[in-house]
Design a protein around this ligand. Structure first.
Ligand code: FES
Length: 162
């Protein structure tokens, strides 16, 4: 295990854990968010380090990293696009929207997981439900949420990313 947290990250982690003296495991997601904020993503080594901190098995942490769409397993681009692929959005055109983004960004629409453009400007990912199932297709660009996204709207969103 080669993950070496900075002193600042370790101090933040210890502070977060202090809120859960009885059930350390309850701090899992907060610790993962802190690691991602400091490192940009969560590596296997970082997940193992978090597991050790919480006295858990690595799988107990890695299963969270792979389940939650907000957690990244690889470094992301400066602008992160997430398109919902769950049922309501799939029926409402999210595959076409994802294909549109992939074509524009030169990405492979059939590849799984996060993809980043060679210049590091954009990352794109197909994710599970973004919790606005009545207004498909739904996507996020960085922290902004967009509903009923047409190809034209998608182009405008990308154009707004400097
Ligand atoms: S199915 Fe897309 S937001 Fe829920």
């Amino acid at each position: 295990m080669s993950f070496q947290p900075t002193a600042a990250l370790e101090a933040e982690i210890d502070e977060l854990m202090s809120h859960y003296p009885q059930q350390k495991r309850s701090a899992s997601l907060m610790l993962l968010h802190a690691v991602q904020e400091h490192c940009g993503y969560i590596s296997r080594d970082a997940a193992e380090w978090v597991a050790k901190k919480l006295e858990l098995q690595p799988i107990n942490i890695w299963e969270l990293v792979t389940f939650y769409p907000m957690l990244r397993q690889a470094p992301a681009g400066r602008h992160q696009i997430k398109v919902c692929r769950t049922l309501s959005c799939a029926l409402g055109g999210s595959h076409k929207l994802y294909d549109h983004f992939c074509t524009k960004l030169g990405m492979d629409a059939h590849k799984h997981g996060l993809q980043t453009t060679p210049d590091g400007k954009f990352s794109i990912e197909f994710v599970e439900c973004l919790a606005s199932c009545g207004t498909p297709p739904v996507m996020m660009c960085n922290e902004e949420f967009h509903e009923g996204v047409t190809p034209q709207k998608a182009d405008a969103i990308m154009g707004g990313c400097k």
